[in-house]
Design a protein around this ligand. Structure first.
Ligand code: NAP
Ligand code: ZN
Length: 334
């Protein structure tokens, strides 16, 4: 079967219409008709080969919502015609200790949708049915995509950083991930401060649930927070001044990276040592966490703010994302 996609043929280039022949389905595979697909900054990192993981032609797109057109012989729990979401993770071994603990995202053999195959900027996509997540009818197609990577990443990151309720939580960067993090943290009963480079986002943050906004200027922060944070989550795709943020944490506080700068992160020891603070990083989330995230989003009415584009205008969306002018997640429809 011919799949009509958009692909980067070389590093950093605009995507072009491109097609490929899809082979027959393996028992664990499912063929989806793509209904919508979010554009994550990781797609841009992959187009630019920032992480030295990219094989070209690259078909980006890993916040897929699709309808099952065909399924491999292994599945009874999925039905043809059913609507499912698929995120960054293509597959995992499912028998190692990490997988058996429900941490399939930590599996040493895990594969990515767009690092080990072609992604969702296409009319069709073949995925592993074990990493397809059935969607409830009351979750609209265009809102589901951004939850599949952006949503799970911030929810899982915050959970493993120790988020409960009644805490002070800082979110650095109000983009696709950041604007969802603000909602999860605030709806679950925490006091949220955003750190943003945008005056406009600082003003809008309250509507997303933030209690406070602090401007990030070239020379540092425009003001100091009044109280220390239990958790600070960085969603920024470039380097951040680590020491500055570590010093804003309470004793035993955690700085958690979900944003992935290409350069190594420099962590000074003394701000950690003095207050027993921690630094961690968190990749996407396992399957049980994905279900918990979707349930939490539904229960608390958490949904992305999106800008819609036809897939044929994918380059316009990518340019907007590169210029940090998407509010707050671009979603493409074939
Ligand atoms: P995004 O929509 O572009 O948001 C990133 C935000 O970071 C921007 O809105 C901006 O917020 C801030 N920022 C500060 N300096 C920036 C700069 N030089 N360039 C762009 N943004 C800058 O990106 P996203 O889709 O949320 O992804 C954010 C990061 O998370 C990326 O590195 C992505 O690869 C990573 N990610 C990681 C995982 C994981 O598993 N850990 C999963 C998905 C994505 P302000 O305007 O508020 O300053
Ligand atoms: Zn992503």
């Amino acid at each position: 079967m011919r799949v009509n996609a958009y692909a980067a043929l070389e590093r950093g280039q605009e995507l072009v219409a491109w097609n490929y022949e899809s082979q027959g389905l393996k028992p664990d595979e499912v063929l989806l008709k793509v209904l919508a697909c979010g554009l994550c900054h990781s797609d841009v990192h992959m187009i630019d080969n920032d992480w030295k993981l990219t094989a070209y032609p690259l078909v980006p797109g890993h916040e897929v919502v699709g309808e099952i057109l065909e399924k491999g012989s292994s599945f009874n729990h999925l039905k043809v015609g059913q609507r499912v979401g698929v995120g960054w993770q293509r597959s995992a071994c499912l028998h190692c200790d990490d997988c058996l603990r429900g941490n399939e995202n930590l599996c040493s053999e895990n594969t990515g949708l767009i690092t080990h195959g072609y992604g969702g900027f296409a009319d069709r996509v073949v995925v592993d049915g074990r990493f397809c997540f059935p969607l409830e009818d009351d979750l609209p197609t265009e809102f589901a995509g951004p939850l599949m990577c952006g949503g799970i990443t911030v929810y899982s990151g915050l959970r493993y950083a120790g988020m409960s309720s009644g805490q002070r939580i800082g979110i650095i960067g109000v983009g696709g991930l950041g604007h969802l993090a603000v909602q999860f943290a605030s709806k679950l009963g925490n006091t949220v401060t955003v750190f943003t480079t945008s005056d406009e986002k600082a003003r809008q943050a309250a509507r997303l649930g933030a209690h406070d906004a602090i401007m990030v200027r070239r020379g540092g922060l425009a003001e100091s927070p009044k109280k220390p944070f239990h958790i600070i989550l960085s969603t920024v795709p470039t380097s951040i001044p680590c020491e500055l943020y570590l010093n804003l944490l309470d004793s035993d506080g955690t700085l958690c990276f979900v944003g992935v700068p290409s350069e190594p992160v420099e962590v000074p020891l003394f701000p950690l040592l003095a207050k027993r603070r921690r630094v961690m990083a968190s990749p996407i989330g396992g399957r049980s966490m994905m279900r918990a995230m979707l349930e939490t989003a539904t229960r608390y009415g958490i949904k992305p703010t999106i800008e819609r584009f036809p897939l044929s205008e994918v380059n316009t969306a990518i340019t907007k994302l590169r210029h940090n002018s998407v509010r707050y997640r671009a979603v493409l429809s074939p």
